[in-house]
Write a protein of this length. Structure first.
Length: 477
């Protein structure tokens, strides 16, 4: 049956139904109301037409859609030519607006990422989560919300996934049903298909911000305070080793970007990442990216290999995007053998947990080291832990800035220099109004900073407030 005949049959069936309103005009909105979906899997007549035309287009073009020898313009021309030919073959009663809509949506599906295009283009969306073809969620302003968008079928979603991974030279199939990749703009992509995913293909995209946030931006949104910015800038300039910890999506990489912006221009920087996310403005910069194994399980270059290789590249600073395995040992050794000023991130729930996780990851390197020796290495290498949290209101805040001290018995000492003031309460919109407050403790490494000519006023540590409080107490007595 031709496509036009099928469309006419749908009209007759809908018009004869007493439970459906009849179509009385060529208005697309009226068409949509007359053919409203009866359930999550139902489609209106235009969507039915679009789906059939799209399937015919895929059948005609086949593997040519993923031909790496075709540039974007040649691929677009080929798709549009085939699409116009398909539309002309059938007697389809469509208005100009309906025809333009179908052509635009099909070209988006074939040349882009289908219903995800609008969210990829929306700068307010930070994450896209496709649970099933019918279930798409996004994160906006720190809150996860459902969307009305959907894919036609699992096959439709599967094609979008294949298009994403093929553009970065990767593949996904039943023999390799899980893949990590990144889009051209740097957005991170994770895809998983059956048999590993029970309900069909799944896709997660963490979008890469088009605009790198500056210190002023973080101060404006409440992530940092001017005092903590001044303090962290002094620590980076003083070549202290800083570890940024936090949960998933807490903003660790964003903060690492800001900290790296404090590095002087005349220093050689080597960055090591799983997927390139850091945005560095310095000119003397070398960027390294790990490589996963190929389909045969060969050719992998892990973060640990790159950390070891970076030591032979005469770096002034080594920045590891995220530590998650045995590379922790190599990183600690680098910090303890003259490569001061290194920066990195890791997943943890608190500064204390960050040190415990670092200890565990050192053991993952396969070296039979006593626990005390590992802790001494950590205490000697790490100077500062900056912890970020995503609070209940969706905001991302720095909640701890803690100095790592020496061993006290079997435990590494940890002193909080700044803490987030949870006791300040929340405002009418349910947002925390607290900020980072100094605890009054002056870090032991402040003497080292002064020797390097980096002087910090006492007010940065809240010492002035503490002195004023002592004076008040004396007067009261």
């Amino acid at each position: 049956m031709k496509l036009g005949e099928r469309l006419k049959q749908v009209e007759v069936e809908e018009a004869s139904s007493s439970t459906r309103p009849q179509l009385v005009s060529n208005d697309p909105a009226a068409w949509g109301r007359a053919h409203a979906p009866a359930g999550p899997r139902s489609v209106d007549a235009l969507d039915d037409l679009k789906q059939r035309t799209q399937q015919a287009l895929f059948a005609r073009l086949g593997s040519r859609l993923y031909d790496s020898s075709l540039d974007a313009d040649a691929l677009h021309t080929m798709v549009m030519d085939e699409l116009e030919e398909l539309m002309a073959e059938e007697e389809i009663p469509l208005t100009v607006e309906e025809r333009q809509r179908i052509v635009a949506e099909i070209s988006q599906d074939v040349l882009g990422y289908g219903p995800l295009e609008r969210y990829l283009a929306d700068p307010s969306v930070t994450e896209i989560m496709v649970n099933t073809a019918d279930s798409i969620y996004i994160e906006r302003d720190g809150k996860i919300v459902p969307t009305p968008s959907r894919f036609f079928s699992d096959e439709h979603l599967r094609r979008a996934i294949e298009r994403i991974v093929s553009q970065v030279g990767r593949r996904i199939d039943e023999s390799s049903p899980m893949v990590d990749a990144r889009l051209a703009d740097g957005s991170r992509v994770n895809a998983i298909i059956p048999p590993l995913s029970v309900d069909g293909p799944m896709l997660t995209i963490r979008k890469f911000s088009r605009k790198a946030l500056s210190t002023d931006d973080l101060v404006a949104i409440g992530t940092l305070t001017p005092d903590t910015v001044e303090f962290l800038s002094a620590c980076v300039n003083g070549r202290l080793n800083v570890l940024v910890s936090g949960g998933t999506g807490a903003g660790k990489t964003t903060l690492l970007n800001v900290l790296s912006s404090f590095i002087p221009e005349d220093e050689r920087i080597v960055t090591i990442e799983d997927s390139v996310e850091l945005r560095m403005h310095q000119e003397h910069l070398v960027r390294l990216e790990s490589r996963p194994p190929n389909i045969e399980g060969k050719g992998q270059v892990a973060i640990r290999d790159l950390v070891r290789n970076s030591l032979r590249m005469r770096p002034d600073r080594i920045i590891v995007g995220e530590v998650r395995g045995g590379e922790a040992l190599d990183m600690l050794q680098a910090m303890n053998t003259g490569h001061d000023g290194s920066l990195s991130t890791l997943h943890a729930n608190s500064p204390r947990d960050a040190l415990s996780r670092l200890e565990t990851m050192v053991l993952m390197a396969g070296m039979d080291l006593p626990v005390r020796a590992i802790r001494e290495q950590i205490a000697s290498a790490i100077d500062l832990v900056v912890h970020m949290s995503r609070l209940r209101d969706g905001t991302r805040r720095v909640t701890h800035v803690s100095e790592v001290g020496y061993m006290e018995g079997e435990v590494i000492s940890l002193s909080d220099i700044y803490l987030f003031d949870y006791g300040a309460g929340i405002d009418d919109r349910g947002r925390f109004i607290g900020t980072m407050k100094p605890t009054g403790l002056r870090p032991a490494f402040s003497d080292k900073l002064e020797q390097l000519g980096i002087a910090l006023p006492a007010g940065v540590f809240g010492v002035d407030d503490a002195v004023a409080l002592l004076e008040e107490m004396r007067n009261y007595r």
